[in-house]
Each structure stands twice: as C-alpha cells, then as structure tokens.
Design a protein around this ligand. Structure first.
Ligand code: ADP
Ligand code: MG
Length: 325
C-alpha cells in the first residue's frame, strides 16, 4: 500500500532534472551538486491543528508545506533544486488516503513545477498528520543573504503586503465563507493557504541587501532577528506598512496594524539596503511583481521600535504583542 502511495506522489511531482542521478525509489537519492555553487538547505514541519487549521484542503497543505521552505531559500538568495518529503498520515481508509495524497501532490506540484524543483525522496509513516519538507538550493560561494550584516542607517524594506494571512486566519476562525465580501475573504484566505515565496526577489537582492529574512512569525519578531544578528535596533513607521486594500476593507485600522506588525504566515521578505540603493532595488522588485516598500531604518541600539502616524512610539515589547502569539 505504502509503495503505491509513493508511486502516486512520484508520478504527480515528476520533474526531470539532469542533476538528479537517482530520485524516489532507492534507499537514498543521489544528486550531482553544480561545481562552484554552495548549497542552502532548510527544513520545516507543519502539524495539523498547529500550523494549519484542521480541515484544510490537501492541495493547500501541499502548496504551503513547500512554500514555507521555498520562502526560506528566497530569504537566503538561493535558487531551489531538490526537496525531500516526510509524511506522517493518520490511519484511514485506503480511499481517503488516496484522495489526500492526490490532493497533496497536486498542490505541491503546482508550486514545484514553475520552479523546476524535483522531489527526490522522503519517508512515509503513520501518526498524527504531520508534514516535513526539506529543500536544497544553490547560491554562489559566499553570496547567501543572512540576518547579520545590516548597518546603522540602512533602510528597512518589505516585499508585498503584510497581515493578509493573519486576516485570513481570523476570518476562518470566525467561520467566514470564502465567497463572502466580494472576494475579499477569498483573497485573504488564499494568502493564508497559498503564500507566494519571493524567490525572484531573493535572487535580485543578492549582493545588494545587507540582511534579509522571510516574515513567517510576524514583522516585529522577524525584523527583531535581523536586529539581534546585526547587533542593531530598528525604527519602523506603522503608517508605512504595506497593507492590501482587501485587508483594510475587512478589518478596522487597529486590527490591520496588529496583523501587519505581528501577524504570522505572510512569507514576504524583510530586508535592509544602504539608502543609496533603495530606488534601484525598488524598481527591480516592482518589475518582478511583488514590489518593495520602505518601512523604516536600522539604528544603533537594540530591538524594534514602532512609531504611529503622530510620531508617538507604540508599546511593542515582545510581551506587549504576546496576546497575538
Ligand atoms: P526505506 O525503508 O529504504 O527508507 P521507503 O519505503 O521509506 O524506503 O522509501 C522508498 C523510496 O520512496 C525511497 O526512495 C524514499 O526516498 C521514497 N519515499 C518514501 N516516502 C516518500 C514520500 N512521502 N515522498 C517522496 N518520496 C518518498
Ligand atoms: Mg524510509
């Protein structure tokens, strides 16, 4: 049975790559790393009821389990190549198992194919629904973007818009239907279930961003990591945070600000660049479709401080936003 499941996954995620010498089917995969490149590697685990709501569609789980990993590669400025998939599936009738696998593989493949990512192996076991994906990507020697390296005076930017996924989750928890609100609910829930990893933006930021991170735990927390690793502080203007019209039309101003500052699951890139480079970077990222908005700057000190439209500092200690965690 398990073997037939693995065959279904293999068929549905097939991706020819010269550098995969041996893919799914043997005791281990064998790949030929490109000469002169470094390999960036990341793994992320999603547990039902913790990282996605119970009842999430299998195809959405497939997409998101890969997207969160590709987002990590994007944040490093790496281009994706190979993935491993460890699936833990609850005991269930063969038919529903097959349906889950087919849906999962379809969502996974929808994101994998345009990036020519090959699924080269994995593991399949029984237990509470848990999905672990590991990805491998290439980056020129020494060119990986990191959380360290920001300098005082660098401008802080973020791709896309913030807070949509948290808004989508809130709508789901309220029992909203996807067809509510002229497509607004559908848009926000889609942003939650099908985040877009900013891979092209990550490549464009190589040799230009001084630090970079993907926003998975909320802007405050993740920009906080850049601050820690770079030994600096950051000042953010709340009124500059990029927010989608769909989010603004669905929640009041304070909720939107909370979502944008502390909501998780956006998978946008937050990065720092020297001020002389900001316009160039913004032009390139606009061309790539995601855009980049300047939201603040790096300063001497520690921690992230947020200013409101009146210039007042908000209460933004980690603790102050704990209600959101
Ligand atoms: P082994 O007992 O040697 O680990 P498995 O039966 O676990 O072998 O796996 C057989 C083959 O199928 C291996 O190549 C493995 O990488 C692949 N595989 C198993 N589960 C998955 C999965 N969920 N996704 C992709 N490949 C898988
Ligand atoms: Mg195994």
């Amino acid at each position: 049975m398990e073997f037939r499941l693995i065959d279904r996954i293999r068929e549905r995620t097939a991706q020819g790559r010269e550098d995969v010498r041996l893919g799914i089917g043997d005791d281990a995969a064998v790949v030929a790393p490109p000469v002169g490149q470094e390999i960036a590697i990341a793994v992320d685990t999603m547990v039902e009821g913790v990282h996605f709501p119970v009842g999430t569609a299998a195809a959405d789980i497939g997409w998101k389990s890969l997207a969160v990993n590709l987002s990590d590669l994007a944040a490093m400025g790496a281009s994706p190549a190979w993935a491993l998939l460890a699936l833990t599936l609850p005991p269930q009738p063969a038919e529903s198992l097959k349906q889950f696998i087919d849906g999962y593989a379809e969502g996974f493949a929808q994101l994998a194919q345009p990036h020519r990512l090959a699924l080269i192996g994995g593991d399949t076991t029984r237990g509470a629904l848990t999905i672990s994906v590991a990805v491998h990507g290439f980056v020129p020697p020494g060119k990986a973007l990191t959380r360290a390296g920001a300098r005082a005076g660098d401008v802080v930017l973020v791709t896309g818009t913030l807070g949509d996924a948290a808004g989508g989750l809130q709508l789901l928890q309220r029992g909203a239907r996807v067809d509510e609100g002229d497509g607004r609910a559908a848009y926000l829930i889609e942003r939650l279930h099908r985040p877009t990893p900013r891979l092209a933006a990550g490549l464009a930021l190589r040799e230009r961003a001084s630090a970079c991170i993907d926003v998975s735990d909320g802007l405050l927390a993740d920009l906080g990591h850049i601050c820690e690793e770079s030994g600096l502080g950051a000042e953010v203007d709340a009124e500059l945070l990029p927010r989608s019209p769909m989010l603004m039309a669905s929640f009041d101003e304070l909720a939107v600000r909370d979502f944008a500052l502390a909501g998780g699951d956006d998978y946008e890139l937050c990065f720092t660049v020297p001020s002389a480079m900001v316009v160039d970077v913004q032009t390139d990222l606009a061309r790539l479709g995601c855009g980049a908005t300047r939201i603040g700057r790096m300063v001497e000190g520690a921690g992230v401080r947020v200013r409101d439209a009146q210039g007042q500092w908000l209460e933004t200690t980690r603790h102050g936003w704990d209600h959101f965690a």
